[in-house]
Write a protein that binds this ligand. Structure first.
Ligand code: FAD
Length: 218
């Protein structure tokens, strides 16, 4: 995983959790989510996972260098924090680089003074697939209403980590979701399953925001 920092050439409006398209060339672009919060960060931040043989992610990891100029689109998508209901419970579930938008949304919500419970579940096969662990633990120590749960689905979980599929852990730990707002990002299979299961657990469809990280059509 790399964190890419972009300094837009002109005014750039966005909400943490939305995504932009990054162009490798005029006809090759991929979507990446915004992990930064415009009021907290002085540049745009993306978390890019390297996909084996992946055209754009490999280019970003291996060829893009500090100082390079790249073309990006405007920010799009509705996966972001909406102020106005500060006591609502927020449940955020992500896998792999699906943490990028969720990390932005959590920091945005805390900055806005959200007072309801904010529960972030980040899952991977093993601990090596998780990141920002210390930063998120620190954030949860600073904010009583923020819970961070790193989950590993393979092998034994070390102390301080949950054992199991991230969606199962999140549903078991959180219980009924009536009145909660839900954010789901990352692996498309997880996101689709989570849409159904969080709805069945009581979340209203209008309160479920999802960004499945679908591969670009070939
Ligand atoms: C709304 C949205 C937001 C996204 N946000 C992020 C983000 O914040 N960070 C991030 O790293 N990615 C994100 N993605 C995924 C990203 O857009 C690319 O799909 C990803 O980087 C792969 O592109 P590539 O050009 O490297 O691979 P490609 O050249 O497109 O694909 C190469 C091969 O890998 C397969 N493949 C593609 N993606 C995956 C995958 N995830 N797992 C396994 N195989 C795969 C393809 O089917 C193909 O066979 C997001 C996608 C969407 C739709």
């Amino acid at each position: 995983m790399v964190c890419v920092k972009l300094d837009p050439a002109g005014p750039f409006e966005y909400r943490a959790g939305q995504y932009i398209n990054c162009f490798k060339d005029a006809s090759t672009a991929r979507s990446y989510s915004l992990a930064s919060v415009s009021r907290l960060d002085d540049c745009i931040k993306l978390h890019v996972r390297k996909i084996p043989q992946g055209i754009v992610s490999t280019w970003i990891h291996e060829a893009l260098a500090p100082g390079d100029r790249i073309e990006i689109s405007e920010a799009a998508g509705d996966c972001f924090y909406v102020p106005g209901n500060p006591e609502q419970g927020l449940l955020l579930i992500g896998t792999g680089s699906g943490l990028a938008p969720l990390y932005g949304i959590v920091r945005d919500a805390l900055l806005e003074g959200h007072s309801g419970p904010i529960r972030l579940y980040h899952g991977s096969l093993n601990v090596e697939g998780l990141y920002l662990i210390e930063e998120l633990r620190r954030l949860s120590e600073e904010h009583e209403n923020f819970t961070y749960a790193p989950c590993v689905s393979q092998g034994d979980a070390p102390e301080g980590f949950y054992q199991g599929i991230v969606l199962d852990v999140a549903l078991k730990e959180t219980g009924k979701l009536s009145g909660w707002r839900v954010y789901l990002c990352g692996n498309p299979d997880m996101v689709n399953a989570a849409r159904k299961k969080t709805f069945l657990a009581g979340a209203s469809m209008k309160d479920i925001y999802a960004d499945p990280f679908l591969p670009a059509p070939s």
